[in-house]
Design a binder for this molecule. Structure first.
Ligand SMILES: CC(C)(COP(=O)(O)OP(=O)(O)OC[C@H]1O[C@@H](n2cnc3c(N)ncnc32)[C@H](O)[C@@H]1OP(=O)(O)O)[C@@H](O)C(=O)NCCC(=O)NCCS
Length: 212
């Protein structure tokens, strides 16, 4: 089973990424879904989506959890019944989860695509990135910024939180693999740590309250 990567973020927090290569039948092995998740699964038209969904249950198993340990709130945000924190992502054939015993966490995996150039001005001050050496670098950078904002949205989850106006991702060097972000919303400011990694034309970004 292709567990692709695991990262220990700190003593309380770690993440795991799966590369979905198995058939749907193989991914069913050892997995049982709650009625809620089985119903969702039955409604998934894309086979890749179903395989991704099942692969996430294998990632949960890596941390000793089963589907039954997971509940979704009315916004679709996943929670662990034991009070630990979780965030989930899937993009094409990669899936990931981040789990923390201590703090809210968010994760996002995105494929690096040209399309992001067209939507950039909707979620960031695009001008800042024009100085980069080439278009490929701009796409990489924008994908990281987008992933950071998606990860933060998954933590913060307030209706009305605007990627463009309320979340600011501090500029960063690719080699540092990390940056910070600030959310200023309804008169309150909060800082988050952002870390990222890139593999096979995908970008994985995760956010934690620990911004060291
Ligand atoms: C909910 C949202 C964050 C999901 O992100 P996505 O990139 O579409 O998809 P991902 O695969 O990365 O994440 C999906 C997972 O997020 C989780 N999720 C769904 N809703 C969530 C929420 N409200 N809060 C936290 N996590 C959520 C779920 O675990 C879901 O997977 P699962 O249902 O299979 O368990 C996204 O659709 C969204 O609403 N983003 C904000 C939109 C926005 O403001 N855009 C502004 C653009 S300018």
């Amino acid at each position: 089973m292709p567990l692709y990567k695991t990262i220990t973020v700190n003593e309380q927090t770690s993440l795991a990424i799966w590369k979905v290569e198995e058939s749907e039948d193989d991914l069913w092995k050892g997995i049982e879904l709650t009625t809620h998740c089985q119903n969702r699964f039955n409604g998934m038209k894309s086979e890749l989506h179903r395989r991704a969904f099942l692969s996430i249950r294998h990632l949960l198993a890596k941390y000793g959890y089963e589907d039954v340990d997971l509940v979704y709130d009315e916004k679709g945000k996943p929670h662990l019944k034991d009070g630990n924190f979780i965030s989930i992502t899937h993009s094409h054939n990669f899936t990931g989860i981040i789990i923390s015993t201590a703090e809210e966490v968010g994760i996002d995996i995105e494929m690096q695509r040209d399309k992001i150039l067209r939507i950039a001005n909707k979620f960031t001050q695009f001008e800042e990135y024009r100085t980069l050496a080439n278009t490929a670098a701009v796409i990489r950078k924008l994908t990281i910024v987008w992933g950071a904002k998606e990860s933060l949205y998954k933590i913060y989850g307030h209706k009305g939180l605007s990627f463009l106006h309320h979340i600011n991702v501090k500029d960063f060097m690719f080699d540092n693999n990390k940056t910070t972000a600030q959310i200023i919303f309804e008169g309150k400011s909060s800082m988050y740590g952002i870390r990222f990694l890139e593999f096979e034309n995908f970008t994985c970004v995760y956010a934690t309250r620990d911004n060291e």
